[in-house]
Design a protein. Structure first.
Length: 483
C-alpha cells in the first residue's frame, strides 16, 4: 500500500512537472531508406468522370502548384473504383452507367506525363462471374494502355477495402481474393508491356479489422503475385470528427499500433514485397470540414509521415491530391477550373523540399502517448551529414527538447515553424515563422525562408505547434555519402 502511494507520487511529479524531452539520434546506422517518391498522392476514382481536365491541365496556378510537389506516385482508386468499367473508343469525358472513357483515361495520362508521375490504378474487383473475378474489362484497359505506346506506364491494384465489402452487401473472402490476385498477375503478364507493371494489394481499410489482412498475407504465395503490400489508414469516421482528436496522443497512437502490426506481418509473410500505405488521411471520405482543411490536420499528417517512414513503409499515399471536399491538398474551385492550396499543401511542399529518403532512428519514437513527437531524416539533397527533424508539441503548454548528439548542439538551427493565426487552430491559413503562406501570384511560390537560430542544446517548442528544423552541421555519419 505504502509503496503504491509513493510510486504514484513519484510518477505524477515526473509527468506533470516535466516539460523536457531528450532528442537522441542514432548516429551509426540508418533505420530505413524510403522510395525517393515517399510522399505521394491519392486521386479518388470518383473524380475520374467529372473533373474538368482540360481546364485544369492548362491552368497556370494548377501547374505552378503541381510542379512544386512532383514527381510523385499517384494512386487512382477508392470505393468508386469497384463500381466502374472502362469503355474504349469513347472520345467524351463521361461517367454514365458507371463507365469511364478512353478520353478520361488519356487525360490522366497527360497529367502523368506533365508532372512525371508514377501511376497505380485500382482495378474493379467486383466485376465477378460466380465466385471468380472476371478479368475481361481489365484486359481491355491494359490493351488500350499498350496502344498508347508506352506513353503511360501503369501499375495496378485490385479492389478497394475488401475487408469492408460486407457493408455494401458483397463478400470476397481471403482465400478467394488470393485466387483473384493470382489471376490478376497472370492477366498483367500476358500483356506485353515494355516495362514490368507492379501489382499491389490488398488495400484493406484497416490491417487490424477482423483478421482479413493477416489471412490474406498468410495465404498469398510469398513471391510471384504481390509486389507491394498495401493498407489504408483513417483515424476515424468523418461524421464523428472532433477538433480535440487532432492533438490527442491516444488518437495519434492508433496509427502507431496499426503500422507496427502491418510492418511486422508483412515482414513475416510477404518479406519480398514493398510495404505501402495505400491511402491515409485524418478522416474518411471527404474529410471533416473545419479540421481536414485547416491547421489542425497537420498533427496527424506529420505524425503518420514520421511513423510510417520509421516503420519501413516505402510509399505514403496522402488522400487526396484534389477532388475530396475537405481533405485535398489542392482545393478545386466550384467551377473546377483552378485550385487553391490548403494548409496540407504547404506541409507537403516543405516536407518534400526538406526531408530526404534516408530515415534516422530517434530514441523513443515508437513509445506511446508522447506529447512531443520528433522524427529525423537526412536532409533532402545533401550528403554532408545535414539532418532535418520534424516535430510537434501536442501539449497545452510549451515544451523543451534537450539535444543529446554533440555535433547537433553546436550546429545552427534553421527553423520552419508552422502555426495557426486562430487560437482554436481551425484556421484555413497557415503561418510559416509567423507569416501567412500564400502564392505570390499564379506563377510564383513564396520563398520558404527559415528563421536561422544560433546553436543551442535546447529547443523550445511552443504549445500545439509543429514544424521542421534543419541542422546543417549535424554531422551525422549515415547522412554522409563519400562517393
Ligand atoms: C516513374 O515515372 C518515370 C517518369 O515517367 C518513368 O521513367 C519510370 O519508369 C516510372 N517508374 C515506375 C516504377 O513506374
Ligand atoms: C471463400 O469463398 C469461396 C467462394 O465464394 C468459397 O468457395 C469458400 O468456401 C469460402 N471459404 C471460406 C473459408 O469461407
Ligand atoms: C508477347 O511477347 C512474347 C515473347 O516476346 C511473344 O511470344 C508473344 O507472342 C507476345 N504476345 C503478344 C500478345 O503480342
Ligand atoms: C525474393 O525474391 C528473390 C528474387 O525475385 C528470390 O530469389 C527470393 O527467393 C525471394 N525470397 C523469398 C523469401 O521468397
Ligand atoms: C530533393 O533533393 C533533390 C536532390 O537535390 C532535388 O532534386 C529535389 O528537387 C529535392 N526535392 C524538392 C522537393 O525540393
Ligand atoms: C518548462 O517548464 C518550466 C518550469 O515549469 C518553465 O519555466 C518553462 O518556461 C517551460 N518551458 C516552456 C518551453 O514553456
Ligand atoms: C552519437 O549519439 C550518442 C547518443 O545518442 C551521442 O552521445 C553522441 O554525442 C553522438 N555522436 C555524434 C558524433 O553525433
Ligand atoms: C509574378 O510575380 C513576379 C515577381 O513579382 C513577376 O515577375 C511576374 O511577372 C508575375 N507574374 C504574373 C503572371 O503576374
Ligand atoms: C551541408 O549542405 C547543405 C546544403 O548544401 C548546406 O546548407 C550546409 O551548410 C552544409 N553543411 C556543412 C557543414 O557544410
Amino acid at each position: 500500500m505504502h509503496i503504491v502511494c509513493i510510486l504514484f507520487l513519484v510518477y505524477t511529479t515526473f509527468v506533470y512537472a516535466q516539460n523536457i524531452t531528450f532528442l537522441s539520434i542514432n548516429n551509426d546506422t540508418l533505420a530505413f531508406v524510403t522510395d525517393p517518391l515517399y510522399l505521394s498522392y491519392v486521386i479518388d476514382a470518383k473524380v475520374l468522370p467529372n473533373w474538368k481536365s482540360d481546364a485544369l491541365i492548362h491552368d497556370t496556378r494548377f501547374n505552378t502548384l503541381m510542379r512544386a510537389i512532383s514527381p510523385a506516385w499517384v494512386r487512382i482508386g477508392g470505393t468508386q473504383g469497384d463500381h466502374m468499367t472502362f469503355k474504349e473508343g469513347d472520345t467524351n469525358n463521361r461517367f454514365e452507367d458507371n463507365t469511364f472513357s478512353s478520353k478520361t483515361f488519356q487525360d490522366f495520362c497527360i497529367l502523368v506525363q506533365n508532372f512525371r508521375l508514377n501511376l497505380t490504378f485500382g482495378l474493379n474487383l467486383l466485376l465477378r462471374e460466380g465466385n471468380l473475378w472476371n478479368p475481361t474489362n481489365a484486359e481491355v484497359l491494359m490493351n488500350y494502355i499498350l496502344k498508347l505506346g508506352g506513353k503511360c506506364r501503369v501499375h495496378f491494384e485490385l479492389g478497394n477495402e475488401p475487408d469492408l465489402y460486407f457493408a455494401q452487401g458483397y463478400a470476397v473472402n481471403e482465400s478467394q481474393i488470393v485466387t483473384d490476385f493470382t489471376l490478376a498477375r497472370k492477366t498483367i503478364d500476358k500483356v506485353n508491356f515494355t516495362q514490368r507493371s507492379f501489382l499491389w494489394g490488398p488495400d484493406v481499410a484497416s490491417p487490424l479489422y477482423s483478421g482479413y489482412f493477416l489471412n490474406v498475407l498468410k495465404s498469398m504465395p510469398p513471391t510471384g503475385v504481390l509486389d507491394g503490400v498495401t493498407y489504408h489508414h483513417f483515424y476515424d469516421q468523418a461524421d464523428i470528427a472532433d477538433p480535440v482528436y487532432s492533438y490527442d496522443p491516444l488518437v495519434l497512437d492508433k496509427f502507431l499500433d496499426r503500422a507496427t502490426q502491418a510492418a511486422d506481418w508483412t515482414q513475416t509473410y510477404q518479406k519480398n514485397t514493398t510495404l505501402i500505405l495505400g491511402s491515409v488521411a485524418d478522416y474518411t471520405g471527404d474529410g471533416a470540414g473545419g479540421i481536414s482543411d485547416t491547421f489542425l490536420q497537420g498533427f496527424m499528417y506529420l505524425d503518420s509521415l514520421g511513423i510510417a517512414a520509421y516503420l519501413k513503409h516505402s510509399i505514403y499515399f496522402k488522400n487526396s491530391l484534389f477532388g475530396t471536399k475537405y481533405s485535398s491538398l489542392l482545393e478545386l474551385t466550384p467551377d473546377r477550373s483552378t485550385v487553391n492550396p490548403t494548409p496540407a499543401y504547404w506541409i507537403t511542399l516543405l516536407y518534400r523540399r526538406l526531408v530526404g529518403s534516408k530515415v534516422l532512428s530517434v530514441t523513443g519514437s515508437t513509445s506511446r502517448e508522447r506529447k512531443v513527437r520528433i522524427y529525423a531524416h537526412c536532409q533532402n539533397g545533401t550528403k554532408n551529414g545535414s539532418v532535418v527533424i520534424y516535430l510537434m508539441n501536442l501539449a497545452v503548454s510549451g515544451q523543451e527538447i534537450e539535444i543529446r548528439n554533440d555535433p547537433m548542439k553546436v550546429s545552427p538551427q534553421y527553423w520552419y515553424l508552422l502555426s495557426s493565426p486562430d487560437p482554436d487552430l481551425s484556421s484555413k491559413v497557415i503561418l510559416l515563422n509567423g507569416d501567412i503562406l500564400s502564392l505570390t501570384n499564379n506563377t510564383i511560390l513564396p520563398e520558404l525562408t527559415p528563421d536561422i537560430k544560433p546553436a543551442s542544446n535546447l529547443i523550445k517548442l511552443p504549445a500545439r505547434q509543429y514544424g521542421f528544423i534543419v541542422f546543417p552541421s549535424a554531422n551525422v555519419k549515415p547522412c554522409k555519402v563519400s562517393k
